[in-house]
Design a binder for this molecule. Structure first.
Ligand code: ADP
Length: 260
């Protein structure tokens, strides 16, 4: 088992701390959904976990070793990142974009080999987007681009995946496909931390949740124990009913029903 851990983290920007007193652990084989309203600090948390933002104090450790001390390609082989969907100026084919995910596995200046192509094809296939393979990335819709970015992260074959609102620009079907894929990856022993605006995603993944609120991880635990009507009202300021779908094993999860 591997661990990505935060000890006494204070995260933010020069002269501006956003999150304090962060103690957190993500293990391989588990999913943590990060909930919190816009501007709560979810992206700041992720960038700090990736070493893109240096902690103002405290530390982030991968397998017990502070991430600044990891050699970057080695770190990149273990920790994948799916940023918030936005138009990326990649004037490349979809296949090329997915192959970039293999970079951390190639030698310096190496070009992709047969194995890299096979893995890239498998990742496209897993997400049912093989038909996009030869299209130009910049000509795709936002949702299609996001699926390709997910395929690129899978091609990296990381042990951890940090996903910043991976479903935000996806249509209903693709959102569900991504959530199913996240569940499959967990069963393949990946550790996944995913920001989402939908508490239902946490229920669908039977995931742990970490609620980022008021500058800290305000609540953490299993979604069934944490995500309640009171908590959703407190963080999002809206009335939501939380109900069980039923008591049959195949549909016994909780769901959120907003009152309108
Ligand atoms: P979330 O991902 O939860 O929407 P963010 O982590 O993006 O939240 O933002 C948290 C806070 O950090 C916001 O108040 C935002 O304005 C601030 N922030 C984000 N990026 C920067 C930056 N580069 N410099 C200073 N403040 C920033």
């Amino acid at each position: 088992m591997m661990t990505l851990e935060i000890k006494n983290g204070v995260f933010g920007y020069p002269n501006k701390s956003i999150l304090t007193d962060i103690n957190f652990e993500l293990n391989t084989g588990e999913i943590v959904c990060v909930l919190g309203k816009n501007g709560a600090g979810k992206t700041t948390l992720f960038k700090s976990m990736l070493g893109v933002l240096k902690p103002l104090s405290g530390s982030v450790l991968l397998n017990g070793k502070v991430i600044e001390h990891w050699n970057r390609p080695q770190f990149a082989r273990l920790v994948g990142y799916i940023p918030q969907a936005r138009s990326l100026p990649f004037p490349f084919t979809v296949m090329d974009v997915v192959l970039f995910g293999r970079t951390a596995h190639m030698s310096a200046f190496g070009s992709p080999g047969k194995k890299d192509y096979i893995i890239a094809e498998e990742c496209l296939d897993m997400l049912n987007i093989t038909y996009l393979k030869n299209r130009t990335f910049t000509h795709l819709s936002g949702g299609e681009q996001q699926m390709v970015i997910v395929a690129r992260a899978l091609a990296q074959q990381p042990s951890f995946l940090i996903m910043d609102e991976p479903t935000s620009s996806l249509d209903f079907g693709n959102q569900i496909k991504i959530i199913r894929q996240v569940n499959a990856l967990k069963n393949n022993s990946l550790g996944i931390i995913m920001a989402t605006h939908s508490p239902d995603h946490a229920f669908m993944c039977d995931a742990k949740v970490a609620i980022v609120h008021e500058g800290r991880i305000w609540k953490a635990g299993h979604s069934n124990d944490i995500v309640s009507e009171e908590i959703l009202k407190e963080i999002y300021g809206v009335e939501v009913k939380v109900r069980s779908l039923g008591n049959k094993p195949e549909c016994n999860r909780l769901v959120c029903i907003p009152t309108v």
